[in-house]
Design a protein. Sequence first.
Length: 456
Amino acid sequence: MPTDTASKAHAMEPDCSCDLMVVGAGMAGMAAALFASSRGLSVAQAGALGGIDFSTGMLDLLGMHPVEELHAVDNPWQGLEALRRDEPHHPYGLVPDAEVRAAFEDFTAFLAEAGLPYDGYADRNARVLTCLGTVKPTYRAPHSMWPGVQAMERKLPCLIIDFIGLKGFSGRQIVEVRGPEWPGLRSVRIPFPGCAGELYPEHLAWSLTEMDVVDWLAESVAEHVQDAQAVGFPAVLGPYAAPASTASSTASVGAASSGLYDVIARIRERLGVEVFEIPTMPPSIAGLRLRAAFETFLPGRGVRIYPQKRVAEWERTDNGGFRFHIAGAGEGDIEAVVEARGAILAGGRFFGKGLTADRHAVHEPLFGLPVLQPKHRDEWHREDFFDARGHPLNRTGVEVDARLRPLSENGHPAFPNLFAAGSILANQDWMRAKCGAGLAIATAYAAVQSYQNSLS
């Protein structure tokens, strides 16, 4: 760290002193902040753009195993048992089922309180329709998508609504892919009320905060319903799930504005049939709703959030804690200083900048932790891009001990009060195994528990 920057940060009074600093603003970071605050710990959180923004909104536990065989998992708990047996170093091996279940219960209970309820089965994955017509196995789906799960299971006559100018979503493709096994499925492409040219999901979602536009949309769809018992829309039926009165104070909404479930209820009433959403291509409104729920409601639980701010540097304090420097807008600027008794590293991999790479190696840039990775650069990827075994680079990450403490070069914990969670962990390929959210939620829960145990 440059001397002038270090001196400036060292001279600054702490903006915040807390029990736990969460480094990362993706799914694992948000989950860690939630679990810690629920245990009565004081929490600060900072991180750049995380993968949560590009989420489909679904919470996968385990969707594929063995991945090499493209085997879809029906019962994720049986799948976890097999995964732990086949891959003993996988991070799921550090979190017993009871803790995974507790983590999901606490996580989804918070989201329900924030106006974003989730549905699912106790011991099997649900099959959720995607914008490509494929079916995604997931453990928990937003309530707005759940009627679509039921409609597909029961093969109800169903209409898919597509909007002229909306890219990355094709009702016609959905019907062509799913039609052979779902004969009552059909689609129609219509103009979106008051819009022309290329359409963007976020613009459509904000348009539907006005009930006049919602009514206009319902009238445009009504003539096409015919014998359909359910109507599916792209997941743009509102930018936030909670009512306008509890949405982010930064949102500019009018007196007639509405939340997601107000929109769904209004359209359902006008059409006289069930209404559901289908996730769009990322970045998706469903992912933005998740972030909005956390950023709106976590501060009410005492979490100090530094949104879209990067932790630039750190230093040890005299009492063995950490002093974190939160980067400002300018080069070398320090916006705030946070002192914490412990920390959870949950910055993700390359997208969240939890890991970085040059032409020679992969690095953990904040603490300088060793990263498990192929020995040579030319071993990062296999020759065949679609190799069933996946690419070794995708299993790169930070190794931890049984308490989720990152290891140093000597194989011992780098710090007794530093923990890690989420996709930054080594020995897993969350994308191919379809377990990203579950891995984040479960390991965040375990990391917070380990930190709390360290205080006693």
